[in-house]
Design a protein. Structure first.
Ligand SMILES: O=P(O)(O)OC[C@H]1O[C@H](O)[C@H](O)[C@@H](O)[C@@H]1O
Length: 610
């Protein structure tokens, strides 16, 4: 009789890669990656796994196990349990074979070794020549030298002290009706926003000491909306500007817009501003020179998408009354579990194994994240950056073009069952699901039966289990990550779990998980558009100074900008300016973009009809 207790560590024997039952998979199927990325399958025997990606298309993968008793045994054999964290991982509904696990053994050994070196301070981000140190944030003793250890410890203490001073009103705004800070306005983007947003949604109490809102884009209407919602409480708002580089345009624009709102409200921004950025960055120097009330460091060995356990995430969380030391403990316990070199005892490695199997090591399927808990709604958005910015890479570490990655999407269950689960169940089979299950429905003593023997949370539980079964019945694979409840400790553990899984998976597919070259391309192109806009404005200004005003055709504008090949972008720039009353477009009878005349200022429209 097989029995398991959810409170015990994994009861299955330590995994020994070599004594597995006869494989379900007679051959090792290996693709030959050709330059044009077409996969041609060839059958090879006994070829070391590290020589080429192991992959199978759906046609060659073995049928999923459907016998319920066999599935129960698979569930028990592979169930991962962490008692202190109250966290469990079920990979039984992913169909990897023993053959596959054996073939992956050398890769996992290499990945585990790489992780050991990374945590010792190796240059694990070779493209940027940087160490990767987010694991040291929750275990400073692992930092490679005493200086870093002290920096981490001192920063954490400074965060706790500052948060206490703000919450206790020892530090307060100069002209607040409430006599204390009541709001946080966080200005940041990407990793300087997504972690704080996820944690706020997951862990902020119903009545936090300070309520947080975010400016995480350069959308003027969005910024206006946040400022408008603050209203007079702007005077009681602590503005935290977060930017590791200190130069991200969207964040800089957000700061300038908020500072304008402070000026118009007659408030001194420096008395309510806090910066979180690398020392001596543009933002750091601005905050220092302008005398903002506090500055906290970001370290170059912490990436934006792995910065939630740095000041980026810990300061906003602490100000909301969230126990950040519990977050750090949860992450640290998960890190320790992920140092196991025994696959079945390493939760992050189990995820990486499933990801590789499900996506053939080439991202052939999307990762659908389905937390059945409202407070974990933003987990998928957080993972989009963590997974896709880490794994979405053009080249591997050997310079081969691989165009790697795993796409991530999702919101929450059971809500999403009324949106796109139909396609997941019956439609294109291009995903695997990850259910995030939370066992505790409500705090003790708060539950009730809305019908005999059934609570609202029972429905949520049933919907998760039902969806898992319905997907699997139609051969859709899924992982289930279970936590007993959403707490700072379990959220810290979830963050650490996925940070490590991404790192291990990156080793399995031989890519650098810790740089983001593609982002620079977008930033550069945006800069070029703005430079062209300035030239268009100069040309229009010059033409508009003539009397009568000289309306110009698009061709004339492009010609005078010395950019005839950019005529389409010039049209878009002018259209955007016209929509914001910064240029005037008169169109000829045909209304085509080809026939417009554009000018600034006043002009006799009648002269323009063509
Ligand atoms: O924190 P910042 O330096 O302002 O960067 C904000 C974001 O910018 C880019 O998009 C990077 O790819 C992200 O990893 C980073 O989180």
């Amino acid at each position: 009789m097989t029995s398991i207790s959810l409170k015990l560590y994994s009861s299955s024997p330590t995994l020994n890669f070599h004594n597995h039952s006869p494989s379900l998979f007679p051959f090792s199927i290996r693709p030959k990656l050709t330059t044009d990325r077409n996969l041609s399958l060839s059958v090879a025997r006994d070829v070391p796994a590290e020589l080429s990606p192991i992959t199978n298309d759906n046609k060659t993968k073995p049928q999923l196990q459907k016998d319920h008793i066999a599935l129960w045994h698979r569930y028990v054999d592979w169930l991962y349990q962490h008692k202190d964290l109250g966290l469990y991982i079920d990979v039984s509904r992913v169909g990897f074979t023993d053959e596959f696990v054996n073939h992956m053994e050398p890769r996992f050994e290499k990945a585990f070794r790489a992780m050991v070196e990374l945590e010792k301070g190796a240059i694990a981000n070779p493209d940027e020549g940087r160490m990767v140190g987010h694991y040291w944030l929750r275990d400073p003793n692992r930092a490679p030298n005493p200086f870093l250890k002290t920096q981490i410890q001192n920063t954490l203490q400074a965060i706790c002290n500052f948060a206490n001073d703000i919450i206790s009103a020892k530090i307060k705004p100069p002209s607040s009706p409430e006599g204390r800070f009541t709001q946080i306005l966080s200005v940041g983007i990407g990793g300087s926003a997504l972690g704080p947003q996820f944690v706020a949604e997951a862990l902020a109490p119903d009545n936090p000491p300070l309520k947080i809102r975010f400016v995480d884009n350069t959308d003027p209407a969005g910024i206006d909306h946040q400022i408008a919602q603050l209203g007079p409480e702007l005077a009681s708002t602590l503005v935290i500007v977060i930017s590791k580089s200190g130069g991200t345009p969207e964040t800089r624009n957000g700061l300038l817009e908020v500072q304008k709102a402070f000026r118009e409200a007659g408030l001194d921004f420096s008395k309510q501003g806090v910066a979180i950025t690398q020392e001596n960055s543009l933002l750091d120097n601005t905050a220092r020179i302008e005398g903002w009330i506090a500055r906290f460091p970001m370290f170059d060995w912490v990436g934006g998408r792995t910065s939630e356990m740095s000041a980026v995430g810990l300061l906003p969380a602490a100000l909301q009354g969230i126990d950040i030391r519990e977050m750090l403990i949860g992450a640290s316990l998960m890190d320790e579990a992920n140092r196991s070199t025994v696959l079945k005892n390493n939760p992050a490695a189990l995820l990486a194994l499933c990801w590789y199997w499900a996506t053939d090591g080439v991202g052939s399927k999307d990762m659908v994240i389905l937390p059945y808990k409202d407070s974990l709604l933003l987990f998928s958005r957080y993972l989009q950056q963590l997974v896709m910015e880490s794994l979405g890479k053009e080249f591997d570490l050997d310079g081969n073009r691989v165009n790697q990655g795993i796409s991530v999407y999702g919101n929450k269950g059971s809500t999403d069952q009324h949106a796109y689960i139909q396609q997941l169940r019956d439609g294109v089979h291009n995903f695997f699901a990850t259910f995030i299950e939370v066992l505790r429905d409500r705090p003790p003593g708060h539950d009730w039966e809305l019908e005999p023997g059934v609570t609202c949370g029972d429905y949520l539980f049933g919907m998760l289990q039902g969806t898992r079964s319905a997907l699997y019945a139609n051969n859709r694979e899924s992982i289930t990550v279970t936590v007993e409840e959403v707490t700072p400790r379990s959220v810290g553990a979830l963050i650490a779990l996925y940070e490590r899984a991404v790192g291990i998976y990156a080793s399995l597919v031989n890519i650098n998980a810790y740089h983001q070259p593609g982002v620079e391309a977008g930033k550069k192109a945006a800069g070029e558009v703005l430079a062209l806009q300035k030239r268009v404005l100069a040309v229009l200004n010059e033409a508009s100074c003539k009397q009568p005003v000289e309306p110009l055709s698009l061709e004339e504008v492009a010609e005078r900008c010395h950019a005839p090949e950019d005529i389409e972008m010039i049209y878009k720039i002018i259209a955007h300016m016209a929509a914001n009353d910064r240029a005037i477009i008169a169109e000829g009878s045909c209304g085509s973009p080809r026939s417009i005349k554009v000018f600034l200022g006043e002009c006799n429209i009648d002269d323009l009809y063509v």
